[in-house]
Design a protein around this ligand. Structure first.
Ligand SMILES: C[C@H](O)[C@H](O)[C@H]1CNC2=NC(N)=NC(=O)C2=N1
Length: 119
């Protein structure tokens, strides 16, 4: 794991209700290098991870773990479960209409969660 990934994993989300700038494209790309399974959308306003879970129950368990994490951090992803086990996790900071470091912190923590549990 890179130093940046470790730093993100050990960070806490900062409450955000607006008033901060969205991350610059280059900054977003450099943070993305720490979470290589994730991709960024065309407008650099969201990052997404596609995960094929082993079955429906495993997908629901993952959703519940992510929900707990999101509540603890007070930063919440959009979760899409389709095709019974295809989980898409999308992160953006709604309050600013784009990416903030919070999105990368949660993404790094979700990666950790997936490493530590069955999916
Ligand atoms: C104060 C608190 O941080 C905000 O209300 C949070 C809650 N969770 C959130 N989650 C996401 N993804 N974007 C937000 O802007 C957001 N706002």
């Amino acid at each position: 794991m890179t130093k940046n990934a470790q730093r993100l994993r050990n960070s806490k989300c900062v409450p955000c209700e607006g008033g901060i700038a969205v991350l610059e494209h280059n900054k977003a790309l450099s943070l993305l290098a720490s979470i290589p399974d994730w991709s960024i959308n065309e407008t650099s306003s969201a990052i997404v991870l596609h995960k094929k879970c082993s079955n429906f129950v495993a997908a629901i368990k993952s959703i519940n773990r992510i929900a707990e994490l999101a509540e603890a951090e007070q930063h919440h992803p959009d979760l899409h479960l389709t095709g019974y086990r295809q989980l898409a996790i999308e992160l953006t900071t709604h309050a600013i209409g784009g990416l903030s470091e919070n999105d990368f912190i949660i993404a790094a923590k979700i990666d950790q969660l997936f490493r530590e549990s069955d999916t």
